[in-house]
Design a binder for this molecule. Structure first.
Ligand SMILES: N[C@@H](CCC(=O)N[C@@H](CS)C(=O)NCC(=O)O)C(=O)O
Length: 310
């Protein structure tokens, strides 16, 4: 959810049992409803309904928080403060069309986190300086900046996002199921090298890579079976991790000129690609086929001269 800076706030209703509670609620409302509060917490609180009961601690000052896009439900005052704290300022440094960056975009979108996307280019010194500053070890994107603190490596960022914003969880609640989900993420990470080889090799190496890709896809086909998503009824961390297959593998196959992920061999994965691409948080965050085709064609030509590729 890219940041919306027009966070006009307003009060819809206040109900209270004691005058003092009215006063407290009013102070609180004025603090958050002012235009300056919208600047401090951009796009977060759109309007509030305060329900104040007659008990005597802040736990009973209830606030119905709603951003311009999300209903955050009824929260106690300490929870609201904690939510604001966690919301912080979220920035994502990325480069188009990095599949690793898309992982983070999708996770933030699924969870409804407001963020600012800073899209750079590797050849621009301003951007490489930023990477040097925030990811001095790898100098790669994505980098997530949360209140100015950098987190690098897409799988690490996904874990951070999950822990910091637990709403709409990407990992199962059950510890065993969480371990299983993490196992598959680790498997997907390890095997992604075969897909890279499929894109950048020719001849025998290409034949070997193609065989490996088919083996990996077979395992994934058995894993997805007839589920809607790897995460079950909704997108989970493995869907986000493997999302690059739905994002660009079809394009890569077209550039390479060999189709591997065909519906007759991988019906479950084929359906999953459609389900993933049509998910409300994903479909508005996908590049177009022609843009990607041009990008990957040029990239392959810089790696493999066209006379060798044919
Ligand atoms: N393991 C890293 C890989 C990130 C990565 O390879 N990013 C590429 C863009 S797709 C990058 O920044 N490359 C810059 C470079 O290699 O100089 C992750 O999961 O975040």
């Amino acid at each position: 959810m890219k940041e919306n800076k027009n966070g006009n706030s307003g009060i819809l209703a206040i109900s209270a049992c004691r005058v003092s509670r009215y006063v407290l609620a009013l102070v609180f409302v004025l603090a958050f409803a002012s235009p300056s509060a919208s600047n401090i917490f951009p796009g977060f609180i759109k309007w509030h309904v305060f329900i104040v009961d007659d008990l005597s601690n802040n736990q009973n000052l209830l606030c119905h928080c709603k951003s311009s896009d999300d209903d955050l439900g009824i929260q106690t005052l300490p929870q609201v403060v904690e939510l604001h704290h966690r919301m912080g300022e979220v920035k994502l440094l990325g480069v188009w069309p990095s599949p690793y960056v898309y992982r983070i975009i999708w996770a933030l979108e699924v969870k409804g986190i407001k963020y600012e996307y800073v899209q750079g280019e590797f050849h621009k010194p301003d951007f490489t300086d930023l990477l040097l500053k925030y990811n001095p070890v790898y100098k790669k994107v994505p980098v997530l900046l949360h209140d100015g603190k950098p987190i690098a490596e897409s799988t690490v960022i996904l874990e951070y996002i999950e822990e910091t914003w637990p709403q709409r969880p990407l990992l199962p609640q059950d510890p065993y199921e969480r371990a299983v989900a993490r196992f598959w993420v680790s498997f997907a990470e390890e095997k992604s090298i075969s897909f890279m080889s499929f894109f950048v090799t020719v001849g025998e190496e290409f034949q070997k890579a193609t065989k490996e890709v088919k083996e990996v896809l077979k395992v994934l086909e058995e894993t997805i079976a007839d589920k809607r998503y790897f995460g079950g009824e909704d997108i989970g961390v493995l869907d986000i991790n493997l999302g690059w297959i739905a994002l660009s593998f079809g394009v890569i196959e077209d550039v390479v000129g060999v189709k591997v992920l065909v519906v007759s061999d991988f019906p479950g994965l084929f359906t999953w690609i459609q389900n993933f691409r049509e998910h409300p948080a994903i479909k508005t965050n996908l590049p177009s086929y022609p843009e990607l085709f041009t990008y990957y064609k040029q990239k392959r030509e810089t790696i493999i001269p066209s006379d060798v590729a044919s």
